[in-house]
Design a protein around this ligand. Structure first.
Ligand code: ZN
Length: 65
């Protein structure tokens, strides 16, 4: 997970930093960096990821030569 500041606020504590998954196995959950509430999971996730330039995890095509 990486900690980022987003133009969002936690719906629980109002904190403005969140932990974003940066590995596929971490899923797509966004949690508050302060209270770790998964309530921070937001429909703004797509926009938030774009804002920080994080490419969405895409499955790597297996190369079968
Ligand atoms: Zn919070």
């Amino acid at each position: 997970m990486m900690k980022v500041s987003l133009d969002l606020t936690c719906s629980v504590c109002g904190h403005g930093q969140f932990r974003l998954p940066n590995r596929p196995e971490e899923g797509s959950k966004v949690c508050c960096a302060n209270c770790t509430a998964f309530k921070c999971h937001t429909m703004d996730l797509e926009r938030a990821l774009m804002a920080i330039g994080q490419p969405r995890p895409t499955p790597q095509p297996s190369i079968a030569a």
